[in-house]
Design a protein around this ligand. Structure first.
Ligand SMILES: NC(=O)c1ccc[n+]([C@@H]2O[C@H](COP(=O)([O-])OP(=O)(O)OC[C@H]3O[C@@H](n4cnc5c(N)ncnc54)[C@H](O)[C@@H]3O)[C@@H](O)[C@H]2O)c1
Length: 254
């Protein structure tokens, strides 16, 4: 059902937890996966991991906040492989963990730049390529915090709500061009990002309560998010656009 054979698909944030699991899943489903990340050592590590199992993957070091680099990456992909069929815009960074009135302009801009503007740059150039080839499917990683709030995360929450807005707006703009755009709202997923957060004084003490806040009684695994992204990217989701899928163990159901 979630077949991705013959598809050229970008994954951003490919060196991290959700990105890496998605590269593995998409390659296993038959896609040629083009991995974008600013973490070059991490990219090399994934290339080694996936190539060993025979997956078709390519790494392009790229910072998603650099529009020229994003445009060049998309051009390199269409130049080498002809068509861009899909993209999973997943690169992101965590919140600064301060109440709103203590967030500096620099911290605000850094988070908005990666978590919102980076998605905008990626979509802008991916859509340019998809318009030229007759369509495609884009999935953006927002967060459960794209729909609700928690304390001391207003920078991240604003960015992720913005990703949902961008997703809906692009679905409306490009539905007539056969380009579908959807978002995923993960709950807490066990990745390097969450490992970093678990070591933050302000956050570590909330961990048990957060686990209990997920009705399913545990945090998610990166592979569980990858499976949802894979399905949305595939033709199995051919009538789905402008929506968001919670992958959150019921977090948003409470
Ligand atoms: N882990 C969670 O609980 C959780 C929950 C909800 C949403 N998310 C979102 O899922 C996405 C992936 O998160 P993760 O948990 O796998 O985090 P992670 O830290 O494991 O991976 C993030 C990846 O993004 C890359 N990245 C960061 N900034 C970049 C930039 N400017 N350009 C290119 N690459 C960049 C990092 O190098 C890293 O490889 C993020 O958008 C995050 O906000 C995560």
């Amino acid at each position: 059902m979630s077949d991705l054979k013959q598809r050229n698909i970008i994954v951003t944030g490919a060196s991290g937890g959700i990105g890496r699991a998605s590269v593995v899943a998409f390659a296993h489903a038959g896609a040629r996966v083009i991995m974008l990340d600013r973490d070059i050592a991490g990219l090399n590590d994934v290339v080694e991991q996936v190539s060993a199992s025979g997956g078709a993957i390519h790494a392009i070091p790229c910072d998603v906040t650099d529009e020229a680099a994003v445009a060049a990456a998309v051009d390199e992909i269409t130049g080498r492989f002809g068509v861009l069929h899909g993209a999973f815009n997943n690169a992101g960074i965590e919140q600064s963990h301060l109440p709103l009135h203590e967030i500096s302009a620099d911290a605000w801009e850094r988070i908005i730049k990666v978590d919102l503007t980076g998605v905008f740059f990626c979509m802008k150039h991916q859509i340019r390529a998809m318009l030229a080839s007759g369509g495609g499917s884009i999935v953006n990683t927002a967060s459960a915090l794209g729909a609700v709030a928690i304390a001391a995360a207003s920078d991240y929450i604003a960015a992720k709500h913005g990703v949902l807005g961008l997703t809906k707006a692009a679905a409306v703009d490009y539905g007539p061009n056969n380009i579908r755009v959807n978002a995923i709202l993960p709950g807490i997923i066990e990745t390097p990002m969450i490992l970093r957060l678990s070591q933050e004084a302000n956050f570590a003490n909330q961990f048990q309560a957060l686990r209990e806040r997920h009705p399913i009684g545990r945090f998610g695994k990166p592979e569980e998010v990858a499976a949802a992204a894979q399905w949305l990217l595939s033709d199995a989701a051919s009538f789905i656009t402008g929506t968001s899928m919670s992958v959150d163990g019921g977090y948003l159901a409470i």
